[in-house]
Design a protein around this ligand. Structure first.
Ligand code: XMP
Length: 515
C-alpha cells in the first residue's frame, strides 16, 4: 500500500479506528510503532503524522519525540496522549489530573473558531486524566471541555492540531467533521483512497506471484473467497484451492462449497477428512486441547494432500495464499505487547503453522483491509451478495460448539439445530441483522415433556451477536416471535433436545464462542 499518513501508535485501544475513519473520509493511512515511525522518518516523508492516544503519562515517558516535529511543514495531529506530547514539546504545561475526564462529555468550540459541519457545542468521547494546563508557544485554544479544561489546540503558524478527546470514536458525534478539518483544512491533503484504488493496490500485490503456483487453504468464508478470486484474476488457473472437510461443518458450509465449485471458475479440491478428525478427537474433552488437535490434524491432512498433489501432478507450490486482514496485522504490531505477552484466551485455529514446515512464501493481498472493505471488493469482483455477506464461522467449527466430548450424535444435534436457526433467520429476513448466529450443545440433561411422556434430554443454546471485528460483541436483540419459532422447531425436530436457551452475554466478559 502506498501509504501517506502515518499513525504512530502509543497503545490506545482506539488506534485502529483512526485508520477506519480516515478511509471513510477517503484517505490512506498506516499504523506503526513509535520506533518504526522515528526510523522511517530518516528516509521517508509521510503526508501527515498522527500521534495516537496511549496509557502513558508524560511524567514518566522520557522518549525524545523531536523527530516528529523537525519538519516545519509536516502536518501533525496529536490525539489525547498525542496532544499532551505536543503540549510539552512546544513549551506548554501538562498537569496531572486528579479526577480525569472519562466517557461521554460535552465539548465547546472556542468563540471565533469554526469547524465546518460541527456545532458550537457537541458530545465527545474523553479518556484522560493528565491535561494541558498552559498553552504551548504559538498555539491557540480551539476547544474547551465542560470542566473548563483545554480540550483542543492549534498551532498559529504550522499545520499542527491537538485534541484531548477521541474524534475517532463513534460516540464523538462530529468526529468525522473534526478529522476532516485536520486532513483538508489543516494538512491540506487531497483524498487518495476509494474502492477503486483499494482494488488496484490489492491486484498490484498479486502481480509479484505471476508465473508461480499458489496454494490456498480455502474455507469458503468471505476472506478466503475474495482473496482467491482476486488472485485468480491475475494468475488464472495457477491458483489451487484446497478445502478440508473436518466433519465439524454445518449443512450450509458444505452447501456453499458445492455451490462455489459449481458457480465460480475457481479450482476447488474438496478433501473429506471427517474420519481422521473424529478419530483424533475421540478422547478429547478439554476446549484448548480440542482446538489444538483440530489445528494439528488440519495441518497433517493439508500437508499430506499437498505432497500427494505435487507428486501426482508435478506441480510445485511456491506461495500460500492467506486471507489475513488488517486487524490481525495491527494486532501483531501493537505496542500493547511491550508490557509482556498477552494472555491466550483461546488458540485460534488458522493455517499460520504451515508456511515454515512447507517452505511456502506468504501471499496476503487483503492485509491492509478491514472486513467491510473485503466485502466491497468481493462485490466489485462480481461475487454474489449472499457469499460475500456470510457470517463468520470459526476454523474448529462445531468442534467448539459441542461442549466437552464430541460424538457423531452430538455433532448431528448442532448441525440440525443450526440448520433450523439458519432457515428461520432467512425466512424472517433477519440474517443481516446479526453479525454471527449459531447453536451450542450444552453437556447437561434436563427434564421435559414430549407428547405424553417424560423426556430427559439435552439443551441447545442460541448465540447471536453483533460486532464489527469479533473483538467485542453485544447480544443481538431479536423478536420473541422469531426466538419462539426457532425454539419450538429445535425441540420438535432435533432428536435428543428438550430445551432451548438464549445466551445474553456480551463480549467481554463472555467470548463469542463458548469454548
Ligand atoms: P471468540 O470466541 O474468541 O471469537 O470471542 C471471536 C470471533 O472469532 C471466531 N473464532 C475463530 N475463528 N478460528 C477462526 O478462524 C478459530 O479458532 C476461532 N475461534 C473463534 C468466532 O467465531 C468469532 O467470530
Amino acid at each position: 500500500m502506498k501509504s501517506s499518513i502515518w499513525i504512530v501508535d502509543f497503545g490506545s485501544q482506539y488506534t485502529q479506528l483512526i485508520t477506519r475513519k480516515f478511509r471513510e473520509l477517503g484517505f490512506t493511512s498506516e499504523i506503526m510503532t513509535v520506533e518504526d515511525g522515528v526510523e522511517r522518518l530518516k528516509t521517508e516523508k509521510p503526508k501527515a503524522i498522527v500521534l495516537s492516544g496511549g496509557p502513558q503519562s508524560v511524567f514518566e515517558d522520557t522518549t525524545d519525540y523531536s523527530p516528529f516535529f523537525l519538519d516545519q511543514k509536516l502536518p501533525v495531529l496529536g490525539i489525547c496522549y498525542g496532544m499532551q506530547i505536543l503540549g510539552q514539546f512546544f513549551g506548554g504545561r501538562v498537569e496531572k489530573g486528579i479526577q480525569g475526564e472519562y466517557g461521554l462529555a460535552k465539548l465547546k468550540t472556542v468563540k471565533g473558531f469554526l469547524i465546518p459541519g460541527c456545532p458550537q457545542e457537541t458530545d465527545v468521547w474523553m479518556s484522560h486524566s493528565d491535561h494541558v494546563s498552559v498553552l504551548p508557544n504559538n498555539f491557540k485554544q480551539i476547544f474547551e471541555s465542560e470542566n473548563g479544561l483545554v480540550a483542543g489546540i492549534k498551532h498559529e503558524l504550522r499545520p499542527i492540531l491537538g485534541l484531548q478527546f477521541h474524534p475517532e470514536v463513534h460516540h464523538t458525534v462530529h468526529g468525522r467533521d473534526i478529522l476532516s478539518f485536520f486532513l483538508q483544512n489543516v494538512a491540506g491533503l487531497t483524498s487518495d483512497w476509494s474502492s477503486k484504488t483499494m482494488m488496484e493496490s490489492c491486484l498490484e500485490e498479486v502481480q509479484k506471484v505471476k508465473g508461480s503456483k499458489v496454494l490456498c487453504a480455502f474455507s469458503g468464508g468471505v476472506d478466503s473467497l475474495v482473496a482467491a478470486t482476486l488472485v485468480e484474476k491475475v494468475i488464472g488457473k495457477d491458483i489451487y484451492c484446497f478445502f478440508v472437510n473436518n466433519g465439524l461443518l454445518r449443512p450450509q458450509d458444505l452447501h456453499t462449497i458445492e455451490m462455489l465449485k459449481k458457480k465460480t471458475t475457481l479450482n476447488i479440491e474438496i478433501i473429506d477428512a471427517t474420519e481422521l478428525f473424529l478419530e483424533a478427537l475421540k478422547n478429547d474433552q478439554d476446549p484448548e486441547h480440542k482446538r489444538k488437535t483440530i489445528g494439528k490434524t488440519f495441518i497433517e491432512v493439508f500437508e499430506a494432500k499437498v505432497h500427494e498433489f505435487e507428486k501426482n501432478h508435478g506441480i510445485k507450490f511456491e506461495y500460500l495464499l492467506q486471507g489475513t486482514l488488517y486487524p490481525d496485522v495491527i494486532e501483531s504490531i501493537s505496542p500493547h505487547k511491550k508490557g509482556g505477552k498477552s494472555v491466550t484466551i483461546k488458540s485460534h485455529h488458522n493455517v499460520g503453522g504451515l508456511p515454515e514446515r512447507m517452505k511456502l512464501k506468504l501471499l496476503e493481498p487483503l492485509r491492509f483491509l478491514f472486513k467491510d472493505e473485503v466485502r466491497a471488493i468481493g462485490l466489485q469482483l462480481g461475487l454474489e451478495r449472499d457469499w460475500v455477506f456470510r457470517h463468520p464461522f470459526p476454523g474448529p467449527g462445531i468442534g467448539v460448539r459441542v461442549l466437552g466430548q464430541l460424538s457423531r450424535d452430538s455433532i448431528r444435534k448442532v448441525q440440525e439445530s443450526d440448520q433450523i436457526l439458519f432457515e428461520e433467520l432467512k425466512q424472517h429476513n433477519l440474517y443481516d441483522s446479526t453479525w454471527q448466529a449459531f447453536t451450542v450443545l450444552l453437556p447437561v440433561k434436563t427434564v421435559g415433556v414430549k407428547g405424553d411422556g417424560r423426556a430427559y434430554e439435552e439443551v441447545i443454546a442460541l448465540r447471536m451477536v453483533n460486532s464489527q471485528d469479533g473483538m467485542t460483541a453485544s447480544v443481538t436483540e431479536l423478536p420473541w416471535s422469531f426466538l419462539n419459532r426457532v425454539s419450538s422447531r429445535i425441540c420438535n425436530e432435533v432428536k435428543g433436545i428438550t430445551r432451548v436457551v438464549y445466551d445474553i452475554t456480551s463480549k467481554p466478559p463472555g467470548t463469542i464462542e463458548w469454548e
